[in-house]
Design a protein around this ligand. Structure first.
Ligand SMILES: Cc1cc2nc3c(=O)[nH]c(=O)nc-3n(C[C@H](O)[C@H](O)[C@H](O)COP(=O)(O)OP(=O)(O)OC[C@H]3O[C@@H](n4cnc5c(N)ncnc54)[C@H](O)[C@@H]3O)c2cc1C
Length: 548
């Protein structure tokens, strides 16, 4: 007997998982597992906002063009059109749920006049179209959605519950060893309850992966600690197709300060006129792109990387001191307060910044309804690869994508449930850890965790080469072997689960990067510095071989 039986299992409590859960809960029972507290998510850290067409001067076509240009030839046009055209409805829905966005002027009764939004501008956008809640947009969205989920009688929220592996029809009794045919279907997940160290079996008709990104695979990242690529690794092990993992977006401007962990300086600072300076105080972006400081993220990140390599400096600087202090404090209260707490008054001093891994454009391949190619397994949000971002995500398109796909996946799931097209209920095999003992060598976990992140930063970072990638491939193979030995002998615990997933995601990123013999979007490699549409105008697809 499973420990928990539910219609819908949602893994992850960021914007994607929450929105889907809330929509499904009106007609189905929903169990939502999340590996830490509900608010621990990238969503909660999102500063800039959500891109959508509201301004009178803007149009869907302009937003579509900006998205396609950023995606560098690899976006799926049908997906782009669908996401962008659905944006205003999804944002209005958030407001109706209680999310407060900044408005240019106060408005009276509902419905809110969309023309009243205070719309920000970010790199790669030709119009002001970023709907935001000061510089804490994600926190505002997460606050409202978590409250809705907590209060919904049909949603049971399991905090501090970490999914280990998906259960598929052909899951073998051996711990974590999952084999599938590609006609396989998903029927839940094994989940570790952190407080008791017990592995529970969750049986579900439909499972949604909404586990976010994988920034922690790199040494420097803007992502929170939860971003270890668990969903991508679990889906890959379960036989789902993954794609485009070479396209890792590095945010150009993370605060460089020994006491600041992963603090992002939003792109909106450049959108509001912030200028990047080198150590000598010289603006340098004009040397790299006609759009200067408003160039796309990859261009800016590479420019900073080049400047740092040239000068040997620890950081470059982002200067917004030419703007009125009141404006800066009002527009960026969070960034202002954080920097001030570290002794940097951004109204008077430039901010030291470095690039850091920020967003994973690739992930679990889904169709336009958010379905993966393992039956009854959906993926939404940063975990998914829908075709929207192509080779490079346009700023603030990711929260939008999560909203649109959570809605689409919910509609499709409701249809699935109504049609009742599910195989006979299956008793998932209980977790089997007979013979496993408590770990006696935590050093293996910490050492390999550190090695993977450093190696990925040095060899599979902003600028890649054949030699570095091959070195990385050899290293990750050795680390994988070590982890595998360890994993089968000891009882699972959270750090080990995350390490195993990080190693899988690192391997997949390296494989994708080695495969693509050109430079496009976020993938830049020294041997093939140009885009090659004749050979590489296609996604990089990976699927685990069938293990029999
Ligand atoms: C600092 C920062 C700023 C950003 N700013 C913007 C912005 O302005 N605009 C924009 O569009 N995008 C922005 N992004 C990107 C955007 O925030 C994310 O892409 C988006 O929030 C992802 O939402 P999600 O629901 O897919 O995942 P998340 O919000 O990351 O949620 C993932 C959830 O899954 C849970 N989870 C993970 N693994 C497991 C497991 N094994 N078992 C159980 N639970 C698990 C996590 O605990 C978490 O609850 C930003 C990202 C960062 C890091």
């Amino acid at each position: 007997m499973p420990d928990v039986k539910t219609d819908i299992l949602v893994i992850g409590s960021g914007i994607a998982g929450l929105m889907y859960a809330i929509k499904m809960a009106d007609i189905a029972s929903v169990a939502m597992v999340t590996k830490k507290e509900a608010m621990d998510s990238s969503t909660n850290l999102a500063q800039g906002g959500i891109a959508s067409v509201f301004a009178g001067t803007d149009s869907f076509d302009l937003h579509i063009d900006d998205t396609l240009a950023s995606g560098d030839g690899l976006c799926n046009r049908e997906v782009v059109e669908r996401v962008i055209k659905d944006g205003p409805a999804r944002i209005t829905e958030l407001m109706q749920m209680g999310v407060h966005f900044n408005l240019r002027r106060q408005v009276g009764a509902e419905p809110v006049d969309p023309a009243a939004f205070d719309l920000g501008r970010e790199g790669g956008h030709c119009q002001n179209r970023i709907v935001h809640a000061h510089d804490m947009t994600g926190q505002e969205v997460e606050r409202v959605l978590v409250a809705h989920a907590r209060n919904h009688p049909k949603i049971t929220l399991y905090e501090n519950h970490m999914a280990i592996d998906l259960i598929t029809q052909s899951t073998r009794m051996k711990r974590g060893l999952v084999t599938t045919t590609h006609e396989d279907f998903c029927c839940g997940a094994y989940v570790l309850e952190r407080s008791t160290n017990k592995v529970k079996t969750f049986a579900a008709k439909i499972t949604l992966l909404a586990t976010g990104g994988a920034g922690k695979v790199y040494l420097y990242t803007s992502n929170p600690d939860i971003a270890t690529g668990d969903g991508i690794a679990m889906a890959y092990r379960a036989g789902a197709t993954v794609a485009n993992l070479e396209f890792v977006q590095f945010h150009p401007t993370c605060l460089y300060h020994p006491a600041a962990k992963n603090f992002l300086i939003s792109e909106a600072v450049r959108g509001e006129g912030g200028v990047l300076l080198d150590e000598a105080g010289r603006p340098f972006m004009g040397d790299y792109d006609p759009q200067k400081d408003l160039a796309c993220r990859d261009v800016v990140a590479r420019a900073i990387d080049t400047e740092l390599k040239k000068s040997g400096a620890d950081s470059v600087f982002l200067d917004i001191t030419h703007k009125k202090a009141e404006f800066v404090k009002e527009r960026f209260p969070n960034i202002y307060a954080k920097c001030l707490s570290l002794g940097i008054d951004i109204t008077r001093q430039p901010i030291p910044v470095v690039p850091a891994a920020h967003y994973m454009c690739g992930g679990v391949v889904t169709d336009i309804q958010g379905r993966s190619d393992v039956h009854h397994l959906y993926a939404v949000g940063e975990t998914a690869c829908t075709g929207l971002h192509g080779a490079n995500r346009l700023a603030s398109n990711s929260l939008l994508e999560a909203l649109v796909y959570a809605d689409a996946a919910a509609k499709q799931s409701l249809e699935d449930l109504r049609a009742g097209a599910f195989p006979p209920p299956l008793a998932p095999p209980a977790w089997d850890d007979v013979g496993a003992t408590d770990s006696d060598e935590i050093i293996m976990v910490t050492h390999n965790w550190d090695e993977i992140r450093r190696m990925m930063w040095n060899y599979v970072g902003i600028v890649r080469s054949d030699k570095r990638l091959e070195r990385a491939r050899r290293r990750i193979e050795a680390v994988q072997n070590e982890i595998r030995d360890y994993y089968w002998n000891f009882k699972v615990e959270p750090d080990l689960i995350e390490l195993r997933n990080l190693a899988v995601v690192a391997e997949l990123i390296i494989k994708c990067a080695q495969h693509r013999k050109e430079s496009r979007g976020l993938h830049y490699t020294l041997e093939y510095p140009r885009r090659d549409d004749q050979r590489w105008l296609k996604d990089t697809i990976l699927r685990r071989p069938f293990l029999g």
